[in-house]
Design a protein around this ligand. Structure first.
Ligand SMILES: [Ca+2]
Length: 335
């Protein structure tokens, strides 16, 4: 599951971060005398989570959503846990935190959910394909009963509609058997029966959102930098030894001039310049603002080292953490 892309099918949910709200219990895998909690079978590889942007491209956002734990993941299920029409993520890890529920706090678009009832073969229509048409085009969704490693999912098709409030829906039950269900309203959970009968119930009301601040950081939010050139934004503190190793790489980059480089210090404003000099930093520095630190602080603790890499258009292209190669990431963002 590590590194697996979770494609979201709701273009309007591109600003839909998840917030971890619950984790439970120690792992049953731990036995007396073992140190299974301290071991990783996958080299402490951080989890990845991609959000789809309105233009169809994807942005890595695990760092912002608290999803970036290094626990060994074992199973992941997307389902509408609270019945409000957007999908939550339920994550099972090998060891602690054993079970995590990431509640979708940011979805803003319309959606509908479809459950199919076939009259032949398996009644949950696991071979069917749904086609959904709105003004922005037609998309096809297969009915899936399993998805990912040792994970089963609800036999439901979740369709994000963005700003569209209705969609035309057609079901291909099996090769050669296609049926139209006409125009279906968003905001509802539909049951579509082979033969044409349909029924629906409204989604539950969305609970008030606790936070809308955990968005992936836009270039203009982080400081005195402008799009036009690729940009590297280093978060640093003088006590962070891996940050120190990044300094020569970033200083050289700043001197070459092709990149703009900014350092954001996790120190009181009056100490920033002195700490930067001590570290040999040769690029502009500024204090790390709380609104920049917050989404980079899963569990309330600032994660260092962190370098944010933006491409020349100002798009956040990579978040480089300790263990990743900064040089390789730089070459990837601006070859
Ligand atoms: Ca939900």
């Amino acid at each position: 599951m590590e590194g697996r892309s979770i494609g979201r099918n709701n273009p309007a949910a591109a600003t839909a971060p998840y917030a971890m709200v619950q984790s439970t219990g120690p792992s049953p895998l731990k036995r007396a005398g073992q140190t299974g909690f301290e071991q990783s079978f996958s080299g402490w590889e951080p989890k990845k989570l991609w959000m789809q942007r309105p233009d169809g491209t994807f942005e890595e956002c695990a760092y912002a959503d608290g999803f970036e734990s290094r626990a060994d993941g074992r199973a992941l299920v997307a389902l509408d846990f609270d019945g409000d029409g957007d999908q939550e993520l339920l994550l099972l890890n090998r060891a602690k935190p054993r079970l995590q529920l990431f509640v979708n706090e940011g979805a803003v678009g319309h959606a509908l959910e479809l459950r199919l009832r076939a009259t032949r073969g398996d009644t949950e229509a696991s071979t069917a394909t749904v086609r959904v048409r709105t003004a922005s085009g037609t998309r096809a969704f297969p009915v899936l009963l399993t998805r990912g490693y040792v994970s089963s999912v609800e036999p439901a098709v979740h369709v994000g509609l963005g700003t569209a409030e209705q969609a035309e829906v057609e079901v291909t039950w099996r090769p050669g058997v296609t049926e139209s269900f006409g125009t279906l309203q968003a905001g509802r959970r539909w049951v579509l029966n082979e033969g044409g009968a349909k029924d629906s119930t409204a989604f539950a009301a969305r609970a008030p959102r606790a936070s809308t601040a955990r968005l992936p950081l836009r270039l203009e939010q982080v400081g005195e930098v402008k799009a036009g050139r690729p940009t590297a934004v280093q978060l640093f503190a003088s006590w962070c030894k891996p940050c120190l190793k990044e300094v020569p790489v970033l200083s050289k980059l700043a001197q070459e001039g092709r990149w703009q480089v900014l350092g954001l210090a996790a120190h009181p404003a009056e100490q920033v310049q002195a700490e930067a000099s001590k570290m040999g930093i040769l690029y502009p520095v500024a204090p790390l603002a709380p609104e920049v630190a917050e989404p980079l602080s899963p569990g309330g603790q600032l994660a260092l080292p962190t370098v944010l890499l933006y491409d020349a258009s100002g798009r956040l292209a990579r978040v480089v953490r300790g263990g990743d190669s900064l040089e390789a990431a730089l070459a990837e963002v601006a070859p």
